[in-house]
Design a protein. Structure first.
Length: 351
């Protein structure tokens, strides 16, 4: 396991020196954040990120993410140029030593939560998704505030309505076809460059507002991997995105896809799944704090040959820390140490 940590660049309140001091930390997970989606990243900016990371004593090997332009997902004629730009970005990050690129194919919303500062019993705050709150927001009918945490704030109200309307006219099969077209273009480039592409599951893993969402469960992940059956075409196993549905056996999926050599990246996050499909709350990484058996998930990965990148995913805000919700230092550092300890224990018991 290569322990890694998300870093949002020079503006991140969590510094590279902070991250370097976490025991067992190996790699930074970052991206270029000041270029519009679909455009080509400059080599100078990529080189700057690499230099900063390596001077801090950390590896520069994972990009999260190179965003996929909506025109690619919608299958518009303009997708050709955006795909060409995407391939060029793959080549450029490969030149800088990147080994893995995480991305997603979620329509409109990368992730959806209803609150970023829900107070838990211990006084910490966390990200939550409550279905009854989501049901009160309708992007096509509401004239009020259409936003929920995690939504792309660059859309105006009318632009958001327009893009949601375009997706509502698509079927899941249309989205599958557009994903296949995209993969057939980028995976050969990734293979030539020695980069593993790791798709992230939809977060949460079900349809919202009638939008097609397809990277949601074992059946669909099986289908995804067969679209372009190449070892460079793999997944980011996000325990929280999959685990927020009781229908997903995350331990089984970890074992299955690790054995296939198709798990290239892991987001390790614990969630408490609420009864009657009412939603979920993000919790501390310890197994007993949520609904997921983190030890069993890591053991399934280990026992089936996984040796890739793992990062502690969203953390709570604890000890009075403020900043980017889910991406504070303290709880993610605790999570990293917990995951590292689990992995060491698994290794010892496996000998």
């Amino acid at each position: 396991m290569k322990l890694s940590f998300r870093w949002y660049g020079d503006d991140d309140k969590v510094t590279l020196q902070n991250i370097r001091q976490i025991p067992g930390m190996y790699s930074i997970v970052t991206a270029v954040y000041d270029v519009p989606v679909g455009e080509v990243w400059s080599r100078e900016t990529i080189a700057h990120l690499k230099k900063e990371t390596e001077e801090a004593g950390l590896a520069f090997e994972v990009i999260e993410s190179i965003p996929v332009h909506e025109d690619i997902k919608l299958g518009k004629p303009s997708r050709e140029q955006y795909i060409a730009n995407y391939c060029e970005n793959i080549r450029r990050v490969a030149e800088a030593g990147i080994k893995c690129v995480c991305y997603n194919f979620m329509p409109v919303f990368d992730w959806t939560r209803t609150q970023l500062d829900h107070v838990l019993e211990d006084g910490s705050t966390t990200l939550v998704y409550y279905q009854d709150q989501v049901d009160k927001v309708n992007p096509l009918e509401s004239e009020g505030d259409l936003t929920l945490p995690g939504w792309d704030s660059s859309y105006t109200r009318e632009e958001l309505k327009q893009v949601v309307s375009e997706y509502n006219s698509m079927s899941e099969e249309d989205l599958w076809n557009n994903l296949k077209y995209f993969l057939e273009k980028i995976i050969p480039v990734a293979a030539e460059c020695g980069i593993n592409m790791a798709i992230h599951e939809d977060d949460p893993c079900w349809s919202i507002f009638g939008l097609p969402r397809i990277i949601t469960d074992e059946k669909n992940l099986d289908r995804f991997l067969k679209l372009v059956d190449d070892p460079h075409n793999g997944i980011t196993l996000c325990t929280g995105s999959l685990g927020c549905s009781n229908q997903n056996d995350v331990v089984k999926m970890a074992a299955k896809y690790a054995a296939m050599g198709r798990v290239h990246f892991v987001h390790a996050r614990n969630v408490k799944v609420l009864e009657d499909n009412k939603g979920f709350e993000e919790r501390a990484h310890l197994s007993k704090c949520g609904s997921l058996d983190m030890f069993a998930i890591l053991k399934a990965l280990h026992d089936n040959g996984f040796d890739g990148y793992v990062r502690p995913d969203h953390g709570r805000m604890i000890w009075g820390e403020t900043g980017r919700a889910g991406y504070g230092l303290y709880d993610r550092a605790l999570g990293a140490t917990y995951l590292n300890g689990l992995w060491e224990a698994i290794e010892k018991t496996s000998k």
